[in-house]
Design a protein around this ligand. Structure first.
Ligand code: BEZ
Ligand code: FE
Length: 289
């Protein structure tokens, strides 16, 4: 005899319907999802109108997605889910460089550049140098480590957002560390910038009085033979929004001083003009087991 679907047995009935799922991981994930989803609906006593609005919202998120724009990832970012997944999948030793979100702007392969080259192809904006070393967990240098670097310009835009203003590849570079694991590149000081707000995620931020800004940062994917690659950011310590990143991606260990240097001789040694900003960033990778 059929049992009535009630508030108290609803979740159990749905979970039982998945009992024959052959993949045990999929069965566990679906069981937990249904349990939490039903708890949530009961907890807030969701109305039919609210459910309809939620469906409309998710539909709008889907409509905003194509091969260049991923509104679902943006939604996951502003809900802190991207960073949560990132954090619980990188439970390595504390000394290893922390990972953070990839973001939507790693869309083209970065052009290969030589150590010391500038990733700024336009020559406007405050000059800046980033240098450091890539080492293994025990401090051994990692010669030949690769650094895939990308950043917004000093106005807060990535090259792909301004195809008529910036040449493709501006703010991007693929560097290979030297025989001592050292790297160095010139750039412009990146600016804080808003995440895309012209879609439903922007509306959500607006309706909830949340700002859309990310603090100034440089993205780096670091990789070396025999080591786990790390997707990370170098955050500029004195940037606005360093305490309130819209996507929750700041970790203390990733905040770096970009020291102002006014000595013209030091500037000349780095191939820039004074004053400029100088950041020293050591990157630590964990050997693959
Ligand atoms: C970024 O840093 O490029 C980014 C990350 C998450 C959402 C939007 C932008
Ligand atoms: Fe970014």
């Amino acid at each position: 005899m059929a049992t009535d679907f009630t508030e108290s047995n609803a979740a159990d009935a749905v979970i039982a319907s998945f009992a024959d799922t052959p993949d045990p991981r999929l069965r566990n994930v679906l069981t937990s999802l249904v349990r939490h989803l039903h708890d949530f609906v009961r907890d807030v006593e969701l109305t039919s109108a609210e459910w309809e609005k939620a469906i409309e919202f998710l539909t709008a998120v889907g409509h905003m997605c194509d091969d260049k724009r991923q509104e679902f990832i943006l939604l996951s970012d502003v809900l802190g889910v991207s960073m949560l997944v990132e954090t619980l999948n990188a439970r390595g030793p504390e000394a290893v460089t922390a990972s953070t979100v990839l973001g939507p702007f790693h869309v083209v392969e970065s052009p290969a550049r030589r150590l010391g080259d500038s990733i700024d192809l336009l020559g406007d904006g405050p000059p800046c140098v980033v240098e450091g070393r890539v080492v293994s967990l025990d401090g051994t240098p990692l010669p030949g480590a690769q650094l895939d670097v990308w950043q917004a310009n000093d106005q807060g835009f990535y090259d792909v957002q301004q195809p008529d203003v910036q040449p493709l590849g501006n703010g991007r570079g693929l560097f290979t560390a030297d025989s001592e694991g050292r790297f160095r590149f010139r750039t412009v000081l990146p600016s804080h910038y808003p995440i895309p707000t012209d879609g439903p995620v922007g509306q959500l931020l607006n309706e909830t009085n949340r700002h859309p800004y990310r603090p100034a940062h440089i993205h780096i994917i670091v990789s070396a033979d025999g080591h786990a690659p790390v997707v990370t950011h170098v955050f500029v310590a004195d940037s606005p929004y360093i305490e309130s990143d819209a996507v929750f991606a700041v970790k203390r260990s990733l905040i770096h001083e970009f020291r102002e240097v006014s000595d013209p001789d030091e500037a000349e040694r780095y191939g820039v003009t004074a004053p400029f900003r100088l950041a020293n960033v050591d990157l630590v990778l964990e050997p693959e087991s």
